[in-house]
Design a protein around this ligand. Structure first.
Ligand code: NAD
Ligand code: TYD
Length: 349
């Protein structure tokens, strides 16, 4: 049995990664360590709870004693590290949570792995999941490659950049076997409805205004979450030690065009006359320091590991809308009192 720790697997991307690993690798013994913050939800992985190759542990990656005990008890050979505070707007209002989890938490995990592995690195791996936001913001031209200089602009991306640097430093200094991947914006089922796509779906469904920051001209490169999970699987198994892989959808959209497309799909699904939902679009105060454009050059993972996105945006958006319309209980449950308070504070509409 290969013993793997996956952190943050009750969250959006982690839940899809966990499902893929638990279902495909019966011979892996997988522990999911998750604090269950507002973004972590055991309902995301309810289907996996009785699988014999999977154990859930509720806990904080910053809790050194707990993390050390877990490494000793389970003798992990690999770590796939996804746990993080992940929402840029929250990082603007409360950076400290991001410093704690994204930076300190990562170092706690690195130290526990280093202590357990004790320079015996054969068959070991620390795989760190990161974001394209560490590269900063692009102008109208160009793409982020694996060698683009880091230039993070938000407390979220600065904290993720720090964690990437620390993971590389452990490789360089202690020879720890590491891999890092930096992915573009994900979308799909199970994403907390503070992020653009699920927030818009929820608001359209409830006939509420769709808040678009600034003029809606910012560009993101969207990837269906299950394609990201497949990329993580490929990198985990076939990627080279010490390497970084960029993962993207070759799928750039301005926020306004994306939301118009989403409105069109929602009108059809909700059997509303076309252009009904578009009327909900409302331009609001821009995000502070809002990055203009992210776009990934994913030729390295394509050429070296033969990974390609498989889900078109049209298909993925439709699947995503269907997921949110079918999982109304999930949506109601996650829209807690805390979320309502956050929503009121973040949006003056
Ligand atoms: P998410 O916010 O949906 O989930 C984060 C998970 O981590 C939650 O289950 C939460 O409970 C858990 N967590 C938070 N703090 C913790 C702590 N201190 N200890 C233990 N668990 C903790 O995030 P996501 O969108 O699934 O992102 C997962 C990872 O992928 C993050 O590292 C993020 O930076 C990265 N990433 C996200 C995107 C994206 O578009 N969402 C794109 C590229 C990379
Ligand atoms: P988001 O989903 O928060 O991801 P990120 O900031 O990590 O890229 O936002 C995606 C884009 O949508 C980003 O340009 C900010 C914008 N946005 C809005 O216009 N309105 C919103 O209510 C939100 C949450 C985001």
């Amino acid at each position: 049995m290969k013993k793997i720790l996956i952190t943050g697997a009750a969250g959006f991307i982690g839940s899809h990664v966990l499902r893929l690993f638990v279902n495909n690798y019966a011979n892996y013994d997988i522990v999911n360590l998750d604090k269950l913050t507002y973004a972590g939800n055991l309902e995301n992985i309810n289907d996996l709870k009785n699988m014999s190759n999977y154990t859930f542990v509720k806990g904080d990656i910053c809790d050194k004693d707990l993390v050390e005990k877990l490494f000793k008890k389970h003798q992990f050979e690999s770590v796939i590290h996804l746990a993080a505070e992940s929402h840029v707007d929250r990082s603007i209002s409360n950076p400290m949570e991001f410093i704690n989890t994204n930076i300190i938490g990562t170092v706690v995990l690195l130290n526990a792995a280093k202590a357990l592995w004790n320079n015996n690195y054969a068959g070991k791996l620390f795989y760190h999941i990161s974001t394209d936001e560490v590269y900063g913001s692009l102008g109208e031209e160009g793409l982020f490659t694996e060698t683009t200089s880091y230039d993070p602009k938000s407390p979220y991306s600065a904290a993720k950049a720090s964690s990437d640097h620390l993971v590389r430093a452990y490789h360089n200094t202690y020879k720890m076997p590491i891999k890092i991947s930096n992915c573009s914006n994900n979308y799909g089922g199970n994403q907390f409805p503070e992020k653009l796509i699920p927030l818009a779906i929820n608001n359209i469904k409830n006939n509420k205004k769709i808040p678009i920051y600034g003029k809606g001209e910012n560009i993101r490169d969207w990837l269906y979450v299950k394609d990201h999970a497949k990329a993580i699987d490929v990198i985990f198994h076939k990627g080279n030690i010490g390497e970084t892989y960029n993962i993207g959808g070759k799928n750039e959209w301005t926020n306004i065009d994306l939301i118009k497309k989403l409105c069109e799909i929602m009108d059809t699904k909700l059997k509303r006359p076309l252009k009904t939902s578009e009327k909900l679009i409302t331009f609001v105060k821009d995000r502070a320091g809002h990055d203009l454009r992210y776009a990934i050059d994913s030729s390295k993972i394509e050429k070296e590991l033969n990974w390609f996105p498989t889900v078109t945006f049209e298909e993925g958006l439709e699947k995503t809308v269907d997921w949110y319309l079918e999982n109304t209980d999930w949506l109601e449950n996650v829209i807690s009192g805390e979320y309502q308070e956050y929503y009121q504070k973040n949006y003056e509409i």
